[in-house]
Write a protein that binds this ligand. Structure first.
Ligand SMILES: Cc1ncc(COP(=O)(O)O)c(C=O)c1O
Length: 191
């Protein structure tokens, strides 16, 4: 599977990150990429930030690991963006990651680069890894913003960890292919 991992890093390398094949997990679909990322970052009794409304399977996956979701609300009157101050207040010592999903299922919304930067800065400030479910990144109605990893500046690479979860299923409209990946960008300290 080395060639598969090499193909993933070739496509998803960014200007700021030097990836190696050790930074990639190949998984049975995007769902397993979420499962693997959550499993690496947290354990029983921990909590995480989850968007509301969000993709229910992510809640179920986290529930199977006894993780507690803390819901941050996406605002209908503000392009379904999150309220950063609400997110900040929800984070406590048991919060092990922030989950984002952009473009969003179920909303179909696409966040701006500026809003993604606000979330990156929050994660850096609070020293919390980000799990970015970007499985719909190529379905953004012509409004594509850079991905979370692409928005990390070179001097931030050691200050934040991003698990990008994605796969072939939506990209090629092929749900039966069950091929996904998680890519770990940035600091490995969180692991
Ligand atoms: C937001 C989101 N993330 C992840 C997945 C999981 O994708 P896969 O079918 O590759 O497991 C889906 C599937 O519907 C999804 O909508």
């Amino acid at each position: 599977m080395e060639s598969g991992r090499a193909a993933v890093i070739k496509k998803f390398a960014t200007k700021s990150h030097q990836l190696t094949t050790d930074d990639v997990f190949l998984t049975a679909g995007g769902s397993m990429a979420l499962w693997a990322s959550m499993n690496l970052l947290s354990g029983k009794g921990d909590n995480y930030l989850f968007p509301s409304p969000g993709f229910p399977l992510s809640l179920t996956i986290a529930q199977s690991m006894n993780l507690t979701p803390k819901l941050y609300h996406l605002q209908a009157d503000n392009n379904w963006q999150a309220d950063i101050s609400e997110m900040e207040k929800l984070i406590d010592e048991k919060t092990k990651f922030v989950l984002v999903n952009d473009p969003s299922n179920p909303l179909g919304s696409v966040w701006s680069a500026e809003h993604k930067r606000e979330i990156i800065e929050l994660c850096i400030r609070k020293k919390i890894p980000l799990i970015a479910d970007e499985i719909y990144e190529e379905m953004s109605y012509g409004t594509h913003a850079p991905t979370f990893a692409e928005l990390i500046k070179p001097d931030e690479v050691d200050k934040i960890t991003v698990f990008k979860c994605s796969g072939l299923t939506k990209r090629y409209l092929a749900p039966g292919w069950r091929m996904g990946w998680a890519i770990i960008y940035g600091s490995k300290q969180a692991q």
